[in-house]
Write a protein that binds this ligand. Structure first.
Ligand code: DQA
Length: 146
């Protein structure tokens, strides 16, 4: 079965507890379960990981080159700062969908720019945690389209 890697950046380990008025009350475990169900329905295995360390996310993207058919990534604050994550994603050949739980364009101006969007094949923002499931569907759709 083909794998979709779902990568999450800093502070998302606290999803459900952190600023619930912005990010909601569902946890990253809830997201992992919802994505696994969506992936299974579409014939994919999903693996969800989270790190507060930029280098670890970079290493996971490098690993995904050999192990994953597609990547869903919520880079969190690294979205707005990390040329290194952009460079790592530029080494990856499969579809990449960027997810933000909140609508970053409705928030502070420093959140309006994303380095990762320069590589992403699509961006989902402001759909809450449901955005992850939508992203899994989109990766599957892009892979089916070849
Ligand atoms: C976020 C938006 C980012 O600006 C923020 O730093 C996050 C989460 C989101 O999912 O809405 O940590 O990526």
């Amino acid at each position: 079965m083909q794998r979709i890697e779902i990568l999450n950046g800093p502070n998302l380990n606290l999803l459900g507890k952190r600023q619930p008025e912005i990010y909601g009350r569902e946890t990253l475990d809830d997201v992992a379960r919802a994505c696994a169900a969506m992936g299974e329905a579409l014939g994919f295995e999903t693996v969800l990981r989270q790190s507060n360390r930029e280098y670890e996310l970079i290493d996971w993207i490098h690993d995904a080159r050999a192990t994953a058919a597609g990547i869903v990534i919520n880079p969190a604050a690294f979205t707005h700062t990390s040329v290194a994550l952009l460079d790592a994603l530029n080494t990856y050949e499969g579809p990449v969908i960027e997810v933000h739980i909140s609508n970053i364009h409705k928030r502070e101006s420093f959140r309006h720019h994303s380095y990762v969007s320069l590589r992403a094949d699509g961006v989902i923002a402001g759909c809450g945690v449901q955005g992850y499931e939508l992203a899994v569907r989109r990766v599957a759709g892009l892979l089916a389209a070849g």
